[in-house]
Write a protein that binds this ligand. Structure first.
Ligand SMILES: [Ca+2]
Length: 396
């Protein structure tokens, strides 16, 4: 590792190479030219039209488009609603799982199965109550039956994933769900705050990204099944060393990108590849909220550097990849929500690095919870509030 310009640029001179023993599959750490890891060049402001479709959502968390253009929105206290294109809310949909609605927990993300049009299958991520007052992140699969009055109900709910071990805490659930073209799911899992050292223990689900099939089996391409020294990994585990990933999306090539809450000054954007270790809590660009150093520093051979990090932290939330028609100059950008940062970071990418950043909606002071690129090319946003908004952003 060679450092230049303090921590602003880093050159990974050598990268470890680990060959998969059984299949020849390889995991390599990123080899990168010197590049900006934080504080990319500020971009001129985009002129936006900002519509508030509704402000009647209580701490909305996850947004998903239905094929007919309506939206499914979760509310963290434990409700799921359908929202029309003009912002009318359905009554709560029956059949959602019981959730632990305290601190950061509750009903969290929602996603559609790839065969939703024929099966009606959805996935709900949530904080699941467990034995003895404990809890953990879980994902339920259910069938959404839409009703003529604009509402609907869930039937046949089956839990397809449970994070283990569980915890008594109310923090760091992770819980973004991303559905791949092959029908499999990525689920992001936090370190539960009190269990952070377990993020390096690949045999459990703490501080991990996991990948499962739509019916809850470990994804056959996971490291456990492809050797390379990953025999001790839990079969569901895809990548390790994460703190609290709450933003996740596929890019135009189907590659998973995530944003993760770091400690103070260490929120990250990661290209989240199979079999890799993203470093927490051994390396981080952040420090403890007390100011104390965490781990060994900012870099170690074999542990991934983030593609980008935020100092000060923005408290990363939802993440979208933009390829729509209404903002052609944003094609290939990431849109990263920030809670404490009260903005959406629009990140311009070049050769896998962030080369420009714009802070959208900063002047509004809204805590941003989720960001999604709509099928109409507009950007849809949920704000984190007891009178949470659903916003629609179009060119101004
Ligand atoms: Ca990291």
């Amino acid at each position: 590792m060679v450092y230049r310009s303090l921590h602003l640029t880093v050159a990974l001179v050598t990268a470890g190479l680990l060959m998969g023993a059984s299949t020849g599959m390889a995991w390599t750490t990123h080899e990168a030219e010197a590049r900006t890891l934080t504080k990319a060049a500020a971009l001129p402001a985009t002129k936006l039209k900002v519509e508030t479709l509704t402000s009647g959502l209580e701490y909305p968390w996850g947004l998903q488009f239905l094929p007919d253009g309506r939206m499914l929105v979760t509310e963290r206290p434990g409700r799921l609603r359908i929202v029309t294109k003009d912002g009318r809310l359905s009554p709560p949909i029956a059949g959602v799982p019981q959730v632990v609605a305290r601190q950061q927990g509750g009903l969290l993300d929602i996603a559609l199965a790839t065969d939703f049009a024929t099966s009606g299958t959805i996935f709900l991520g949530y904080s699941e109550p467990r034995e003895g007052g404990r809890n953990g992140t879980a994902v339920m699969r259910a069938k959404l039956e839409l009703a003529a009055d604009g509402s609907g109900k869930l039937t046949g709910g089956t839990v397809v994933f449970r994070q283990k071990p569980d915890s008594t805490g109310g923090y760091h659930f992770g819980c973004r769900i991303v559905v791949n073209a092959d029908g499999s799911l990525f689920i992001t899992l936090g370190d539960r705050y009190s269990l952070r050292d377990e993020a390096q223990n690949a045999s459990n689900h703490i501080g991990k990204v996991v990948r499962i099939t739509a019916d809850g089996k470990p994804f056959p391409g996971n490291p456990k099944f492809n050797g390379g020294g990953r025999d001790g990994w839990a079969p569901e585990v895809w990548s390790i060393g994460h703190r609290n990933v709450q933003g996740a999306t596929l890019d135009g090539n189907g590659v998973l990108w995530t944003t993760e809450h770091g400690a103070k000054g260490g929120d990250e954007l990661n290209r989240t590849e199979v079999g890799l270790n993203y470093g927490w809590p051994i390396i981080t660009h952040g420090v403890d909220y007390s100011g104390a150093k965490i781990g060994i520093g900012t870099a170690k051979n074999g542990l991934e550097q983030p593609v980008y990090y935020w100092n000060p932290s923005i408290a990363t939330s939802g993440l979208a990849y933009y390829s729509g028609s209404l903002f052609p100059s944003w094609t290939g950008n990431f849109l990263a929500g920030g809670l404490a940062g009260t903005h959406i970071a629009r990140l311009v990418m070049k050769d896998g690095a962030v080369v420009g950043e714009e802070k959208l909606l900063l002047d509004q002071g809204w805590r941003i919870r989720d960001v999604r690129a709509g099928p109409d090319g507009a950007v849809y946003v949920l704000t984190d509030d007891d009178k949470g908004r659903l916003l629609r952003l179009t060119p101004g």
